[in-house]
Design a binder for this molecule. Structure first.
Ligand code: GAL
Length: 414
């Protein structure tokens, strides 16, 4: 009897200590470049004696990952950590699910190391409840230089120039734009067009302030009109294509351009493509000077008796540590969140991104990415996504009606 009790106790201790050192981490980094980047974090944690249970849910933009996470959290079994960002951080914190990270944040001086834009997003009621990973820029155009050279057109810097170049590329028998069919990809394209047409003030009014007149106004009609034109440059096989497949099409010369955030650069890097030679990075047409930011971050779920707090804090500290910030972001295509990481070894696109960030910061040109949950809540974003995607996939869609629908959908989601 006594022996059985002892072995039961030792099994319990074993499973408690196993739980204390286990990190189950939910994320949606499943493409080639993303997996390579996530692997760096896994190795760093394993080197410190933690066991990494990878909870990867495929699907760029994280929509599927968020659904899975909600189901796990509601059933009382959330993972140790999860990739959550933007407005979702506040939502989960409000519900009382998240571990307070203020202890490590103060010890490691996160306030001094992070730009306010980043630290503000990581806090709930003044306390850190998330750790930031990187700063991505969403409004990029990726282009294949060989195709532009063969066709003899210039890289576009405005929307009108885009259509001129795309027409010439199409006439020469190349696919102008690699695109996929997931709604977040449509919203990524829509957001760049909206930034170009509306400019930063009206963009903020529409998607941050959710101003009804701006959402339904004449300029929004113009946004939909331009957006609609992009359909002419996409192939029928776009249906069901994932974003990173589009990226590889640009890298391999199967398509001339892709409008996508700089996680695309992680894909180029992972397949040995070189910036400036195999691909070029330019601001999305009409958005030069503006930096639409997307900040990845992780949150940590409260565990029974705080048993996982130590492991969670170790993960948070590793994410903020210099070696991780440097290596991970060079692989991922993003910028480090810390302002004290030298970027000499980063490629020319990262260097151009950091100078774009600084200039945008100085001229009040930083805007939150709509498609990446930085501008508004998930509810509003999903209402906007429905309108945008339905419009883009309906050959008979009407820009006037779309702007009206957009405003009504947002109103209903508030
Ligand atoms: C974004 C995420 C990026 C990127 C992309 C595609 O939501 O912030 O890090 O990987 O999805 O999966």
């Amino acid at each position: 009897m006594f022996v059985r009790l002892l072995s039961l106790l030792s099994m319990m201790c074993f499973s408690i200590s196993a739980l204390a050192t286990e990190l189950e981490v939910l994320h949606w980094w499943t493409s080639g470049g993303e997996t390579r980047s996530a692997q760096l974090l896994k190795s760093m944690m394993e080197e410190q004696g933690f066991s990494w249970k990878d909870f990867a849910v495929a699907g760029g933009g994280g929509e599927s990952a968020m659904l899975v996470l909600k189901a796990r959290a509601v059933s009382g079994n959330p993972p140790t950590a999860a990739q959550i960002k933007g407005h979702d951080i506040q939502e989960w914190a409000k519900l009382g699910f998240l571990t307070n990270l203020d202890g490590v944040a103060q010890q490691d001086q996160w306030d001094a190391l992070l730009p306010d834009l980043v630290s503000d997003l990581m806090k709930y009621q003044g306390k850190y409840v998330a750790v930031p990973v990187n700063i991505h820029r969403a409004n990029w155009l990726w282009a294949n230089p060989a195709i532009f050279h063969k066709v003899g057109v210039d890289y576009p810097s405005t929307l009108d120039e885009f259509f001129v170049a795309a027409d010439a590329i199409k006439a020469a028998g190349y696919l102008p734009l690699a695109h996929g069919s997931e709604s977040w990809q449509d919203v990524t394209l829509f957001e760049s067009v909206a930034l170009a047409v509306l400019g930063k003030e009206k963009y903020r009014k529409a998607f941050v302030d959710l101003d009804m007149d701006t959402l339904s106004g004449e300029q929004m009609v113009a946004v939909f009109r331009y957006f609609q034109k992009f359909r002419d440059y996409i192939d029928p096989e776009a249906e069901g294509r994932e974003w990173f497949v589009s990226t590889s099409m640009v890298g391999n010369g199967e398509a001339a351009m892709q409008l996508m955030g700089d996680w695309a650069k992680g894909e180029f890097t992972a397949t040995g493509k070189v910036a400036g030679k195999d691909y070029v990075c330019l601001p999305a047409p009409g958005t030069g000077g503006i930096f639409s930011y997307n900040i990845d971050s992780f949150v940590f779920f409260k565990s029974p008796d705080g048993i996982q707090k130590e492991a969670q804090e170790a993960l948070a500290q590793s994410i903020m540590a210099k070696p991780f910030q440097k290596e991970f972001n060079a692989a991922k295509g993003s910028l480090p969140v810390r302002t004290d990481i030298p970027l000499d070894s980063f490629d020319r696109c990262s260097k151009s991104s950091v100078s774009a960030y600084k200039q945008a910061h100085n001229h009040d040109n930083l805007v939150p990415s709509l498609s990446q949950s930085m501008a508004t809540t998930t509810y509003v974003l999903s209402a906007i996504s429905d309108v945008v995607t339905n419009f883009f996939h309906d050959p008979f869609s009407d820009p006037e009606k779309a702007a009206d629908r957009l405003a009504r959908a947002v109103k209903a989601a508030l």
